[in-house]
Design a protein around this ligand. Structure first.
Ligand code: ADP
Ligand code: MG
Ligand code: ZN
Length: 507
């Protein structure tokens, strides 16, 4: 019997660590992960009785900033609540979180799946249920060999945002793309480094399956996968767990009988999930309003100010770069990856605009070709040149203006691309202007035909074999001859021009 394929129903719960200077409710440094164990601590974040939390205003503002970037509404009233439970990493016996009045509600994040294959959505609109603020717990350190677990309280009370999506995600690829877009968003808002490897961005993924069997709609129960700490793990774990749920249903096993949600963990080495607990009932956390913190109130003006301060968001920037410069989606994605790249590119492009405007004839096609060349040199030629000197883009002496000028020299056929490569390396090393280097190194392209013609004659006379090969129909021999002429001219001719002249001479 053949069973129908299933549809994924996926919802994510994501924690993002805010990179504020101090912790959520005390003045301890928020850099505990880089400090010796148990040194960035105080009575407040250790939960000593009688201490009082003090709200970190920066964390509130950044939470609001992120919520607004996710198109959430900011309710006029918000508050903190105590979520009570016992665990050795939670000295207070409760976590300060937000329960029924989160700082952000009902937003969305649009994503684009680059390279989506058949049957997959190229774009998706993922609704955000809520964004709330809370504090992190301490970290249990299970030292291998030691017959005990130790607690490092440095992480205790680190500010976190929790973002909960609606179950709008329909594939593991979409889940991964959503997280990558969220990471980029957090970085471009400058609120978190959002490094998954460092645990600054953590994800729990909920998955259930939907399909039709013998005319009946089947909904499997939900599995919640905990501890996903890489994009690859998110994709693999969801794929694995969905298949497992499906197989279980096909086998008529537990999945058909169990009505409740289960929690599973992901084993990264074995690449499988394992049952952690079967959730019979929601945890009774006995939430109640945090009595030691005043409720939050936001005026419309306040919200408006934060909204106005938002930078251009990654998805909008990507779209604009594609529209404005005609570059590919892949190139735009790369440029948006870092604020530094996009601004370097755009400054170079504006330098090029000046040159383009000065041209007598310049149509849109030529403009687009120029920007594409710029993107190509920025993405493919600049990084190896920087790597050769172990220099980061931010520290490099190549200004966007000079870089744009170099591209103009290439587009203007003042210099060919191998000579431009030499110029670029010199620019990286000294920061000198491209025109200056070109003249100093005598790399200017020779465009007067008579000197190219005479170089061609010399090469043709000295390479009778290649000439007869070409005449016998081996057209690839022309490339060898072009190479010889380029050598003869010390690389300063334009290969296309050389080829045309050679072909004329050989016809
Ligand atoms: P809980 O109270 O058990 O945490 P929530 O309603 O808060 O449940 O939902 C938690 C997460 O589960 C959300 O990310 C949501 O999108 C997701 N979710 C809800 N329904 C489903 C479903 N049918 N399949 C997969 N995920 C779901
Ligand atoms: Mg939940
Ligand atoms: Zn503290």
């Amino acid at each position: 019997m053949r069973y129908p394929l299933f549809t994924y129903v996926i919802g994510l719960e994501i924690h993002i660590q805010l990179k504020t200077r101090s912790k959520m409710f005390c003045r301890c440094s928020n850099d505990g992960e880089n400090q010796p164990l148990n040194t960035t601590i105080c009575p407040i974040c250790l939960g000593h009785p009688g201490t009082l939390p003090v709200m970190n205003k920066q964390a509130i503002k950044w939470g609001m900033r992120t919520a607004l970037a996710l198109h959430c509404s900011i309710p006029p009233h918000s508050k903190f609540d105590r979520k009570n439970y016992f665990y050795p990493d939670l000295p207070k016996g409760y976590q300060i979180s937000q329960y029924d009045q989160p700082i952000g509600k009902s937003g969305y994040l649009d994503i684009q799946m680059y390279g989506a294959t058949e049957g997959q959505r190229p774009e998706a609109h993922i609704r955000i249920n809520r964004l709330h603020l809370e504090e992190d717990a301490a970290k249990l350190v299970h030292s291998p060999g030691a017959n005990a677990s130790l607690v490092d309280f440095n992480r205790s009370s680190t500010p976190l945002m929790e973002i909960v999506t609606e179950p709008d995600i329909t594939s593991p690829l979409e889940a991964k793309t959503f997280l990558q877009e969220l990471r980029l968003l957090a970085r471009s808002l400058n609120v978190s480094s959002a490094d998954m490897e460092k645990g600054h961005l953590r994800c729990d993924a909920n998955v259930s399956l939907k399909f039709e069997h013998a005319g009946v709609a089947v909904w499997t129960p939900i599995s919640e996968i905990k501890n996903l700490n890489s994009f690859k793990a998110v994709e693999k774990a969801l794929t694995y767990e969905a298949q497992r749920l499906y197989d279980e249903w096909v086998a008529g096993g537990e999945v058909t009988r169990r009505a409740h949600k289960i929690t599973v963990g992901w084993d990264d080495t074995k690449e499988c999930t394992m049952l952690q607990r079967s959730k019979e009932e929601a945890h009774d956390y006995r939430y109640f309003p945090e009595p030691d913190l005043p409720p939050l109130h936001f005026s419309e003006e306040e919200v408006e100010i934060v909204k106005k301060s938002l930078p251009e968001l990654p998805i909008a920037k990507r779209k604009r770069l594609i529209d404005q410069y005609g570059i590919t989606h892949a190139d735009a994605t790369l440029l948006v990856e870092s604020e530094g790249y996009a601004s370097f590119f755009e400054k170079s492009a504006s330098e090029l605009d000046e040159w383009l405007c000065s041209l007598e004839a310049c149509d849109d096609a030529f403009k687009t070709k120029t920007y594409k060349l710029l993107a190509n040199w920025f993405i493919n030629k600049l990084p190896p040149a920087l790597n050769a000197y172990s220099i980061a883009l931010e520290e490099c002496k190549v200004t966007p203006e000079n870089f744009g000028e170099l591209i103009a020299l290439i587009q203007d056929q003042k210099i060919n691309s191998s000579a431009a490569q030499v110029v670029l390396e010199e620019m990286v090393e000294t920061g000198a202007e491209p025109k200056h280097i070109m003249q100093e190194k005598n790399l200017e392209q020779v465009s007067d035909t008579s000197s190219i013609e005479s170089a061609c004659d010399t090469v043709l006379a000295a390479n009778a074999d290649a000439v007869s090969n070409y005449k016998a129909g081996k057209t690839t021999a022309i490339m060898f001859l072009v190479g010889q002429v380029m050598k003869e001219m010390k690389g300063k001719a334009q290969p296309e021009m050389v080829k045309t002249i050679l072909e004329k001479k050989l016809s």
